[in-house]
Ligand binder design. Structure first.
Ligand code: HEM
Length: 551
């Protein structure tokens, strides 16, 4: 090539690379075929322009690829940092503004909730945590973002669900109309009548759990036992422990799922790589098999699956759930219901043992409602509520909230005072909101269940305030309490979770005395509490003794 054609050749490569950036920006293609076309085929064709003048094919090939990729990278970086980017008005660290791979790196150790919290302390209520993503710590954003006129789910589920994209679980359905259709059986499954029906099933399991605990004479990991309890009926884990390594499979898949939620387009590659992500796939298959088995066995009692499968045939003439949908939601029923509730229960016991006066107050309250001879599993009394809420405030099992997104090609949105252009994803950062003194004061980081009481109720308690917190002005904004998320896509299992917490807490407090095992460091709980969308936890070593109360 003479010097002019060579320059032209370079210009063509640069122009093609800029066009490639434009296509990615405009359409965000996620299919491997379009990636192949734009990132491999186009520069390969361009290589032919240089072949006549290049000394070797390798030389031409490497020149074109280096130029093409560097131009794409520089163009993407400059654009994302430029004042022309639609999110330029929102502050955030430079690496976050350039690429979501930064969050992949940050979140690898499970501490992304602490990272977001620090970002909010530095940058304020809205932080740009990705090129097109915002974290919000403002109670006024909850309703506009997640309420009935809010936004559909964001793309963070796309990467996790890549290999089963044909039939997604309800939690990952992004189209709001389809989501509402898929939620119908779940609504029936958690109606007042259905919840009443679960009491007996749950009651038997709670009895079994407490009886197993009573036999425990040595220090043990209470958090692990609680995992086995919440894993659900039909599983022998409660009696035999995690013999099949099922819980481990569930938890070991969570870090990868979190990575894929930051870079959803990677999910399609990941799902097809042989030997990768086997743990998660095995776990999903395990859950699906159980759903399928349960379906073919038919109803013995009106359990959750009775409603999910629509065994009563209520949707026969409209849109009955398909077999694939039931199998897919079967996985969700196990994952969403077990890990979250287990974490809350364990965090509650940790917090009670750290605050002995509160522990004894709850125990006295439970004893007064359930004197010896009273049915421990009766659901008439609710002594647990403020304790559960305070635990969920400090240790929400979904620490960073659930993402919403303004669809690309859709209308721009205002979320309260914040402008969200099309293609923007956002979430309300639950952990930061729950520990913000503007929402919960005094001492938002302290476990103080009495903050949930009305002033007149607090005044009626003698030892309600061991820390002297009541002397300070109290701020208590329940609109900022969103452990179950909010709006039409919020946690549909919330009432079941409360029902389960109430029954187990009452039964455990009535029948057993707990204390930390010698040498256990309670500070390790917060250290080991990790954000992998659903949180994971460390151990909670305790010793216990039966209370032997007699009528
Ligand atoms: C303390 C316990 C629990 C907590 C903190 C919790 C929290 C959450 C959160 C934050 C979401 C995301 C909602 C969103 O995308 O906006 C969710 C979704 C969901 N949870 Fe729970 N959950 C708990 C227990 C349960 C239980 C016991 C079940 C019953 C099986 C359950 C079933 C579901 C389902 C089906 C969804 C998807 C809802 C949808 O997308 O429409 N959860 N949960």
């Amino acid at each position: 090539m003479s010097s002019l054609p060579l320059q032209c050749g370079f210009l063509v490569v640069v122009a093609a690379a800029l066009l490639c950036h434009f296509v990615f920006k405009r359409h965000e293609p996620t299919s491997p075929l379009s990636h192949l076309g734009l990132l491999v085929v186009v520069p390969a064709i361009l290589t032919t322009l240089f072949l006549p003048n290049a000394s070797t094919f390798t030389h031409a090939f490497s020149c074109v690829y280096i130029l093409y990729y560097s131009t794409v990278l520089v163009s993407v970086t400059l654009y994302r940092l430029s004042p022309w980017h639609p999110l330029a008005r929102y502050p955030g660290p430079i690496p976050c503004r350039i690429s979501k791979f930064w969050m992949v790196w940050v979140s690898r150790d499970g501490k992304q909730h602490i990272y977001y919290s620090r970002l909010h302390q530095t940058y304020g209520d809205v932080v740009r945590i990705g090129p097109n993503e915002l974290s919000i710590r403002d109670v006024n954003a909850v309703v506009p973002l997640m309420g009935s006129n809010g936004m559909p789910k964001g793309p963070h589920w796309d990467g996790r669900m890549a290999e089963q994209s044909a039939t997604r679980t309800v939690i990952s359905v992004r189209d709001s109309v389809e989501h509402a259709r898929r939620r119908k059986p779940w609504h029936r499954a958690f109606s007042v009548a259905a919840l009443k029906g679960y009491e007996e099933i749950l009651g038997k399991r709670v009895q079994q759990f407490v009886t197993i605990l009573e036999q425990q004479t040595q220090p043990f990991n209470l958090a692990e036992r609680i995992n086995h309890f919440t894993f659900g009926g039909g599983s022998e884990m409660l009696r035999d422990g995690d013999k099949d390594n099922t819980w481990h499979l569930l938890e070991s898949g969570l870090p990868t799922a979190l990575v894929l939620s930051h870079v959803p387009w990677l999910g399609k590659y990941y799902a097809n790589l042989p030997g990768i992500g086997e743990g998660l796939k095995t776990f999903r298959t395990f859950c699906q098999e159980r759903a399928i088995l349960r379906r073919s066995a038919g109803s013995l009692s009106r359990d959750l699956f009775h409603y999910l499968i629509d065994e009563a045939g209520l949707e026969r003439h409209t849109s009955p759930p398909t077999f694939a949908e039931v199998a897919s939601d079967g996985v969700l029923a196990i994952v969403a219901g077990s890990d979250t509730t287990a974490t809350t229960l364990s965090s509650l016991f940790l917090s009670l043992l750290r605050n002995p006066q509160t522990y004894y107050r709850l125990q006295a309250e439970v004893d007064s409602f359930f004197p010896p001879g009273e049915d421990l599993l009766s659901t008439v009394h609710h002594p647990h509520m403020i304790f559960s809420n305070e635990t969920l405030r400090l240790f929400p099992p979904v620490l960073s909230g659930s993402q919403r997104g303004v669809p690309r090609g859709g209308d721009d949105k205002f979320v309260g005072p914040y402008f969200l252009p099309e293609g923007t994803n956002a979430f309300v950062h639950t952990y930061s909101l729950h520990r913000d003194p503007r929402n919960f004061s005094p001492s938002p980081d302290t476990f103080w269940p009495e903050r949930w009481l009305k002033p007149e109720e607090r005044a009626g308690l003698l030892s309600f305030d061991p820390k002297g917190l009541d002397k300070f002005p109290i701020v208590h904004d329940t609109k900022a309490f969103v452990p179950f998320s909010f709006g039409p896509m919020h946690c549909v299992g919330k009432q079941l979770a409360y029902q389960e917490l109430r029954m187990v807490v009452c039964a455990m407090m009535c029948r057993l005395n707990f204390s930390f095992a010698p040498g256990y460091d309670p500070e390790s709980w917060e250290r080991d509490f990790k954000d992998y969308f659903v949180s994971t936890k460390g151990s909670l070593q305790v010793v216990l003794s039966p209370r032997n109360l007699t009528a």
